[in-house]
Write a protein of this length. Structure first.
Length: 114
């Protein structure tokens, strides 16, 4: 595994010959712990081949293949106490005015950040 920072995220690139190593201990617990410490301020994204996963305090989210027009958006709920990461197309009107790291009110009681 190789870890590096990219914009507002920590990226974990996993060697395809050891696809599940990030799910093993102590790695998985440390990634989830990191997500809890960071709050929604920094995404933790695991790349395994072309497949992507987001690590959040509750576990991991299979984001699938990230396309060239896709954005990874952090959505906060309950005043930032809960959050998730979703893949959205850049043409989606919900993300039209988002900028990395900028929070805006959403109509679904969450806050979105690109």
């Amino acid at each position: 595994m190789v870890l590096y920072l990219e914009d507002n995220r920590l990226v974990v690139r996993v060697d395809e010959s050891r696809r599940d190593v990030w799910k093993q201990e102590p790695f998985y617990s440390e990634l989830r712990s990191q997500a809890q410490r960071n709050g929604s301020g920094r995404q933790i994204i695991v790349l395994v081949g072309e497949r992507s996963y987001a690590i959040v305090p509750q576990g991991n989210i299979d984001l699938g293949v990230i396309g060239p027009t896709d954005l990874l958006v952090t959505i906060e709920y309950d005043g930032g106490r809960r959050w998730t990461v979703e893949k959205m197309d850049a043409a989606d009107p919900r993300v039209a005015n988002l900028r990395p790291g900028v929070r805006v009110d959403s109509t679904d009681s969450g806050r979105h950040k690109a």
